[in-house]
Design a protein around this ligand. Structure first.
Ligand code: NAD
Length: 476
């Protein structure tokens, strides 16, 4: 398949290189250059900001059902273009084609969700106080939104940022990850082809820090939606503080999985291995710290290692591949550093532990045991194909481990005991909890973390709310 030319979208209009600096987009499975990505200049960013001001006035005045038609049409176009767009996402990010197709469906469903939910930005009428007055609470679009989407879900992440803003009636400037530029541009293209008016959306690329300083530094931007690492999230919050722009932060986690003695161990294993190595572990809600009750510990770890050993690692475009490469070479360096530190800390490598001996950014599915609780692996998000195993004796110890770190994005547990399941729902400090399942994200459900994993939610009614402000009008 031919890889489309790369570009920028400024105020709904395509821009190509035209003398701008550029950077290569690399296929992580082959290390070949796919194309040259133009980087936005300061003048481009100013134009995008001016367009966002104009676009906000236009788009907020479009009735929500009409806005919904554009989002629904874009969802339809994404599905029509499924095979082409999924292939682009796999070429850029590396995940197996089947996973890119599922992600494309997720992007389409997100657009459909916001198409509907935008019609339900209800306010309320208060009882008159004093009698004869009229008091209303209204929900209005917050203003131009800046969205920053990372590379790990090259279709789903841009759809989340664009869908929420557009469904609420906001204009938006999106900065997707440079590594997966064309996947994001295809999501944007579907919106343009569906009839999104000029000026409402811009998509820009460049040096991330320069772009965020420029865009968030502008008083035009009223909300910042970021998905990425905790350190970068903190920097963006500092920038947003200057203009008091609202923030939604989807940051990292360190997903605990509690497997109790009474669990259906085989079912837990099948789901755990699939979920752990999905997208080579480069998922913010990836299960990573497996705490397994003593009686089933050996059985669980052996079963996990066997299943991990059967995974077919390769180029995601090829049939039958279960796990692709890591998305870029920085992840390989990060994994190698983590392995060196873990081995020095006394870890037992049950399987994997190294870069694969082939071209491309491939890293072996890895299972580690015997890590001290204060080791780097047990305290910092690996963001790679690494599972950590540790036994526990009772409920209190399991919950202690789940809650021990300063993160709280996603947590999971496997048990057949209803009382244990319901206590876990109360006791675990996490934005999302899956019990006997890893399915914790549908368009209807709020997706977000607590503690240092961030604040605010995407999707659900909360996702729309993140792009709305509340206004109270009192009329005598
Ligand atoms: P990175 O911190 O360089 O980049 C992560 C993402 O943030 C990228 O999309 C990047 O373009 C963006 N970014 C970086 N600096 C930015 C800035 N100043 N302004 C705006 N955007 C900026 O790291 P990386 O090597 O690409 O990824 C590694 C880490 O990022 C992982 O350890 C993980 O914690 C985090 N990450 C998280 C998610 C998630 O879904 N929460 C997704 C991707 C990466």
């Amino acid at each position: 398949m031919e890889y489309p030319d790369l570009g920028l979208i400024i105020g709904g209009k395509w821009r190509s290189g035209e003398g701008r600096d550029s950077m290569p987009v690399i296929n992580p499975a082959t290390e070949e250059t796919l194309g040259d990505l133009p980087m936005a200049t300061a003048a481009d960013l100013d134009e995008a900001l001016e367009a966002a001001e104009r676009g906000f006035k236009v788009w907020r005045a479009v009735p929500p059902n009409e806005r919904g038609k554009v989002l629904r049409k874009a969802a339809e176009l994404l599905r029509e273009r499924r095979d082409r767009i999924a292939a682009i996402a796999t070429m850029e990010e590396g995940k197996p084609l089947a996973q890119s197709r599922v992600e494309l469906e997720m992007a389409a469903e997100i657009f459909e969700w916001y198409a509907e939910e935008g019609r339900r930005a209800y306010g309320r009428v208060l009882t008159p106080y004093p009698a004869g007055t009229r008091m209303t609470v209204r929900k209005e679009p917050v203003g131009p939104v800046a969205g920053f989407a990372p590379w790990n879900f090259p279709l789903g992440n841009p759809a989340r940022k664009l869908g929420a803003a557009l469904g609420a009636g906001c204009s938006v400037i999106l900065k997707p990850a440079e590594e997966t530029a064309n996947a994001a541009l295809e999501v944007a293209r579907a919106l343009m082809d569906a009839g999104l008016p000029d000026d409402v959306m811009s998509v820009v690329f460049g040096v991330p820090q320069q772009i965020s300083e420029h865009i968030i530094g502008s008083p035009t931007i009223r909300a910042v939606h970021f998905t990425g690492s905790i350190p970068v999230g903190k920097e963006l919050m500092k920038l947003a503080a200057n203009t008091m722009a609202r923030t939604t932060m989807e940051l990292g986690g360190h997903g605990p999985v509690l497997v109790f003695d009474d669990a259906d161990v085989e079912a837990a294993l099948d789901q755990s291995v699939m979920s752990k190595f999905r997208n080579a572990g480069q998922v913010c809600v990836s299960p990573t710290r497996f705490f397994v009750q003593e009686k089933v510990y050996d059985k669980f770890v052996d079963g996990f290692v066997q299943r991990a050993g059967r995974l077919n690692v390769g180029n995601g475009l090829e049939d039958g591949v279960d796990m692709g490469p890591l998305a870029h070479d920085r992840r390989i360096t990060a994994m190698e550093d983590l392995m060196a530190d873990s081995k020095a800390a006394g870890a037992e490598v049950r399987i994997g532990g190294s870069r694969s001996n082939r071209k491309g950014y491939f890293f072996e599915p890895t299972v580690l045991e015997n890590l001290p609780d204060d080791s780097k692996a047990m305290t910092e998000e690996p963001f790679g194909p690494v599972a950590l195993m540790r036994p526990f004796s009772d409920y209190e110890e399991a919950v202690h481990h789940a809650n021990r770190l300063p993160y709280g994005l996603a947590a999971y547990a496997f048990t057949r005991d209803h009382r244990t399941a319901s206590r876990l729902g109360d006791d675990i400090e996490s934005g999302m909890i899956g019990i006997n399942t890893f399915r914790i994200s549908v368009p209807e459900s709020p997706f977000g973390g607590v503690k240092q994993s961030g604040h605010g939610s995407e999707e659900g009614i909360e996702g729309l709310e993140s792009c709305l402000v509340t206004k109270f009008v009192s009329e005598a």
